[in-house]
Ligand binder design. Structure first.
Ligand code: SD4
Length: 324
């Protein structure tokens, strides 16, 4: 029989091996209930039209996946938006390569990376999710799949983006680590009135990146993660930093432990700052939606904002807190 002292030692050891993680689901103890009304949140100012479209889709009886896809498609199809879909800034070779991911309440997910010539990569990602046994298709394979599915091949390099790229070429310095102004991915999270959560994330990635570079946005767990029991998270900013801490998954797991969305995003940002000595030179923002409808965001630098839409909040911009 274990003496009391050695029992205490062993349980303390077990506790420290678990790193302080609760033995029982914190969420179960908190009893988080879905709020019974819909919520849509998405990154940056272009979140306003995206949220409005997602809301319309929900109101017409669409699923959270329909709403997430439909919402971000609005931004992908806007040629004046230089960081998502058509009109997105090209890589340093002048090629527009797009990354996107989508995740459903049942945990199914799909993604495309380095996809060229297709205006709505999020819809290709959805096809990957629903019509293939895979999660991610990249490059030529993703394009081939898209064309087989009936998507139309287009030139995505608008005249404005071409001119900006040619201007950049004049003094081209390959310094992708500096990404404070250059960040406008759309990540969108939606919860329907039944409480089910889906998400979508889509981008042209870092402007003037190396050809073939893929960021966090199409990587499930990095740019996007949804667990319908807990909530969802999405990221914007320097993808390399987000990938290194599996950012969106980290945010969701922190919420599972009981962190509020804003605090979970803050902890994930702090984890980046502990790993990236040059974190002051880059921007990363996280956005989260918890099962009980609570939302929040947090970034390294000031200036990260997101669009929030509920019946009570209508559709408005919220400034996220930041570390610096
Ligand atoms: C990337 N995270 O490709 C994306 C870029 C971005 O806002 O978010 N821009 O690294």
């Amino acid at each position: 029989m274990l003496k009391r002292r050695s029992f205490l030692k062993r349980t303390t050891l077990l506790g420290s091996m678990l790193g302080g993680w609760p033995l029982f689901s914190t969420l179960a103890r908190q009893g988080l209930q879905a709020p019974g009304h819909a919520t849509v949140i998405s990154t940056w100012n272009h979140g306003i039209p995206a949220n409005a479209r997602a809301w319309q889709i929900l109101a017409a009886g669409g699923t959270p996946v329909d709403a997430a896809e439909g919402g971000v498609r609005v931004v992908e199809s806007d040629p004046d938006n230089s960081s998502v879909g058509i009109g997105g800034r090209p890589d340093r070779d002048g090629r527009v390569t797009l990354d996107a991911s989508i995740m459903a309440p049942d945990g199914n997910c799909g993604a495309v990376a380095a996809l060229e010539h297709i205006e709505n990569p999020i819809s290709v990602a959805r096809k990957v999710m629903e019509d293939t046994p895979h999660v991610m298709l990249v490059g030529d394979g993703a394009l081939q799949f898209a064309l087989e599915q009936g998507f139309t091949k287009k030139n995505l390099l608008t005249e404005a983006s071409r001119q900006a790229w040619q201007q950049w070429l004049k003094n081209a310095e390959y310094k992708p680590v500096i990404n404070i102004e250059n960040h406008d991915t759309i990540g969108l999270l939606v919860q329907d009135a039944d409480g089910h959560i889906a998400g979508a994330c889509t981008t042209s990635g870092l402007a003037y990146k190396m050809h073939g570079r893929v960021g966090d946005s199409p990587i499930i767990g990095a740019g996007l993660f949804v667990d319908d029991e807990v909530g969802g998270a999405t990221a914007t900013g320097m993808g390399e930093a987000v990938i290194k801490v599996a950012g969106s998954h980290t945010v969701v797991e922190l919420m599972r432990q009981g962190y509020e969305p804003c605090e979970a995003c803050r902890e994930a940002v702090k984890r980046i700052t502990r790993k990236e000595p040059r974190y002051k030179e880059l921007q990363v923002g996280f956005l989260a939606l918890r099962k009980d409808g609570l939302t929040g965001g947090f970034a390294i630098h000031q200036g990260f904002n997101y669009a929030l839409m509920t019946a009570a909040d209508n559709n408005r911009m919220v400034n996220a807190d930041s570390l610096l």
